[in-house]
Design a protein around this ligand. Sequence first.
Ligand code: SF4
Ligand code: SF4
Ligand code: SF4
Length: 562
Amino acid sequence: MSPVEIERPRRWDQPFGDRPLSDEWVEKALQQPSMNCIVPEAFPARLPLADLMRHDARLIEAREGNLIVRQGDYGDSVFVLCTGRLLVVVDPEGELGYRHKQDSRKLSWLGAIAQLWRNSSFAEKRSIADPISETGSLTKDGGDSRISLDDRKEFIGRGLPADIQAGEMVGEIAALRRSARTATLVAAEDCQLVEIRWQGIRDLMRFTPDLKHRIEELFRSRGRAHLIEQSPIFSDVPEKLLTAAVKASRFEIHGNEAWNKGLRKWMGDDEGTVSAREETVIEAGDLLDGVRVIVSGFAARITIAAGPAQQTLGYTRPGDLFGLDEIIDSAANGTPALARTSLRAIGTLDLMVIPTDNFLTQIAPYLDEKKLDEQRISRTWSGNLSQGMLDFLVDQRTINGTSAMLIDLDRCTGCDDCVKACAVTHDNNPRFLRRGYRHAHLLVANACMHCVDPVCLVGCPTGAIHRTRTTGVVVIDDLTCIGCGVCVEACPYDSIRTVEIRDQGGNLVVDAKTGAPIVKATKCDLCLGQPAGPACQNACPHDALNRIDFGNPRSLVDWISG
Ligand code: SF4
Ligand code: SF4
Ligand code: SF4
């Protein structure tokens, strides 16, 4: 078989929109008040501002009532509203607009069976024409195909609407934190927006410190308002009181965005080295001036002193409260509110501090004891693991996983049915091997965990590696992957690699200029599109392999002890 020659893919081969943004719209977007601090001279010759905007931004034209983004969906783009007005709705119950939710990539049963039988003997066979992108706003081009709400009045009546006016920017929370959208955006009138994908925003901020500062300020102010409003714990608090408490609260950013750098190196150091490198946000014994609400970020470790070292008690997730019992008990007993445990930031950690007085007078009387108990229980469930296991999972940052592949070596017979099933589902190319990090009888395989904070996305120059909008699964778009390997370096779990590729006929694909093989990134895609879910887990005859969401540690405890 002779090699197929193609031009080596580059960053801007595929613009964000169907076509590059026109010069007229590049200019219009840059004139908006939220963007007018950007100056072309600040950009290097290899990355001209106009080219960046042409390729990393796209125009969206929406009609009144069209949904732009939906709360809970994943997306890492920001929107610059050029004309019209948007309504921002935070929906505490998370129901609005979900009747429209659909996953367009789901295969039928027949399609799935056909895929299982497509069992080629060639390595990493790829279509080099069809992108799998499902990211950003709700449709690629907007216009009439954009999802529209059936009953806007009902929608607006149930949320807490706020306006975004022409000239403003929105969407920065999900973009900066690689998290789900925190609010739904709907066009209050006909609108024109320029949507800029993460790669463009990252470079705009890199060369325009003023823009970075503006976006971070937006993040602080909106993060504070939206995230407290959307927390179900506060859903019974009257809106007026909640708004007053939000106004009185302060927003804090802790930790380190580049937490993945050096992690593997530290792991080889002495015991306790990893937790010692985490930022201490609160030390046990500190006087608490308010209740901390974990707003966003990867996780925080809760510890207590055990001699000179720190003992891990558990970890937090967004929506958790820290210091609640101390504040309530101190009010009841008239004693100072001293933190009983320490809080350490793993990765980035965004907190809101509701001052004690505001909390006790405006919020505490309306909190539902049952909801608080549920939260306490879910947080302490991780304490049902052995201390060594809990330390291992937190130190290794396995708790970042929403679908970590764990293998119980006491049950595993080494039959490799899991690897074979993965290979069958992926054209004979397994996306993992049965190896990884081990503690006692538990093996954490080097298979993509579809992280809460997928740091592999940060440096990708094209946006090829991204989260699907509706499921949050981290996938790689073959068409836009240029094989640079930045994601491979960034993943601290050794879960991605680059591979040479072949076309559908089995021919090696090479660079037309140099003859060198073209490579693309590859990793577990959670068998996206398979109705039965991950093939590895389904294939195991001994229930030895499980995909665990560390947002729900109870599932791990149940499985391990089951
Ligand atoms: S590739 Fe690595 S960092 Fe990215 S989601 Fe998967 S495990 Fe997490
Ligand atoms: S190799 Fe990774 S970082 Fe580079 S383009 Fe492909 S997905 Fe993005
Ligand atoms: S299928 Fe199950 S028992 Fe067989 S190797 Fe995989 S995890 Fe082990």
